[in-house]
Design a binder for this molecule. Structure first.
Ligand SMILES: [Zn+2]
Length: 447
């Protein structure tokens, strides 16, 4: 009996604890729903603010698929002090409202949403300061826009790679000339571009679909264009649909097909956008994801995951194997020198980041156009025309150039730190999927 009473008491205590817990939960739920109401209202104002800023810079709003009536019809307006004061005070008051939310309990995902909105708003402020006529130094601009700065790199580290390349492909003329000439045999003939791309897209999609459940109905359309500062672009339209444009002014090399299909499509930008739309906009009603301001931390996550995704898709030599067995025959390219081609390509990977040095020096006024083009020819192994085209990319997008290299490094370090390795591909994909389905900030990915 005594034992029984003890048991009864224990049960009463347990029931009491459960009642307390459930009260706490109810209380917490009520607070969370208040929090969500406030967050949703700030998010709505943020979307409208971004759209208004977009009236002054046609490149600013990269994608928008929220309510049509929020999008102002007047575009290409001249920026003045009235616009600055109005928009800047809206950004400030939204930041203040966010800061006041610290009293609420929030889930991990809500905290991430909060941090994302906060950093995105800081980037809007940076944009307004620049529109108002202030020129920020390269690193300060990248910090304001992308929540990150590029680490210092030295010419020596790139010079070493050039020496290795020089040994790999000896001969007359400069190394960039030799490489440019050697690569000619790997150009995809223009009339074969569509079939080669279709095969690359199919492969990238199938590989992605093994690890990421792609929402039914997702699709994209490929368009071939000319005279753009970029090589390819994903225009996200909402409803799980993208338009991918590929510039064909310059030759596309055989490995570029998978590169573009993975970066712009699967598991790159298209997948990033459809997962955010499905998980955050449709499932959670988080409206801030219907707008994508190009100059914002979101771009560093988008580019970083797109560059990283290309490697994740084809572990070890699987990419070379696929290209050699499937794409080379479709493009009718001879495979004789493919070994050397891939050796050169893998060494060229080590030159990534050298473009940031060029951009920083050019934007900060330390290098002339000619000096910048020379550097890009030398360390990016570009023809003069391609180096000039890249210079026009730098002039248009400025510190955006850091998002690829810095973003990829940040994403790969984060995935490694959390257990994703070459030997544990499933884990890498699991973390990658989480990164492209949840609110992320570059500073939040660091140690
Ligand atoms: Zn990209």
């Amino acid at each position: 009996m005594q034992e029984g009473r003890k048991v009864n008491r224990l049960i009463s205590i347990l029931i009491f604890a459960l009642i307390l817990l459930s009260c706490g939960e109810r209380k917490e739920q009520k607070q969370l729903s208040d929090l969500e109401i406030k967050m949703n209202s700030i998010a709505e104002e943020y979307v409208k603010l971004v759209l208004k800023v977009g009236q002054y810079d046609p490149n600013y709003v990269d994608a928008y698929y929220g309510p049509r009536e929020w999008n102002p019809s007047e575009k290409n307006l001249a920026f003045d002090s009235i616009a600055y004061n109005n928009l800047s005070s809206t950004a400030d008051s939204l930041l203040n409202e966010l800061e006041l939310l610290s009293e609420y309990n929030a889930t991990k995902l809500e905290t991430m949403r909060y941090l994302y909105l906060y950093k995105q708003l800081l980037a809007v402020k940076t944009k307004l300061i620049i529109l108002n006529g202030t020129t920020l130094p390269f690193d300060l601009e990248s910090k304001g826009f992308y929540d990150a700065t590029a680490p210092p790199q030295t010419e020596e580290e790139f010079q070493k790679v050039i020496v290795e390349l020089d040994e790999l492909l000896p001969g007359e003329g400069s190394i960039e000339e030799r490489i440019v000439n050697f690569k000619k045999q790997f150009q995809i003939p223009k009339e074969k571009l569509t079939t080669v791309f279709d095969a690359a897209i199919k492969e990238c999609r199938e590989r992605t679909n093994k690890y990421i459940q792609l929402p039914p109905g997702e699709k994209f359309k490929v368009e071939y264009v000319e005279n753009k500062p970029w090589g390819a672009y994903n225009w996200y339209k909402g409803n799980l649909f993208s338009i991918i444009q590929i510039a064909t002014d310059f030759p596309v090399y055989i490995d570029g097909a998978v590169g573009l299909a993975a970066h712009e499509g699967y598991p790159g930008h298209h997948v990033y956008n459809i997962l955010l739309e499905k998980n955050l906009v449709k499932d959670n009603g988080w409206i801030e994801y219907t707008v994508y301001p190009l100059y914002s931390p979101q771009s560093l996550i988008a580019e970083g995951t797109a560059v990283y995704g290309e490697e994740l898709l084809f572990p070890d030599d699987e990419r070379i194997q696929f290209e050699k067995e499937v794409l080379f025959p479709i493009a009718e390219i001879d495979t004789t020198n493919y070994n050397l081609y891939y050796k050169i390509n893998s060494l060229k990977e080590k030159l990534r980041g050298s473009e940031i040095i060029a951009a920083r020096n050019y934007i900060d006024g330390k290098w002339t156009k000619t000096e910048t083009v020379n550097w890009l020819q030398k360390y990016q192994l570009r023809t003069k025309e391609r180096a000039e085209k890249y210079l026009s990319f730098i002039e248009t997008y400025r510190s955006y150039v850091i998002t690829y290299y810095v973003g990829k490094k940040m994403i790969s370090k984060y995935i490694e730190r959390n257990g994703g390795t070459e030997n544990n591909l499933a884990k890498s994909w699991e973390i990658f999927t989480r990164l492209v389905s949840t609110p992320q900030t570059p500073s939040g990915l660091q140690d």
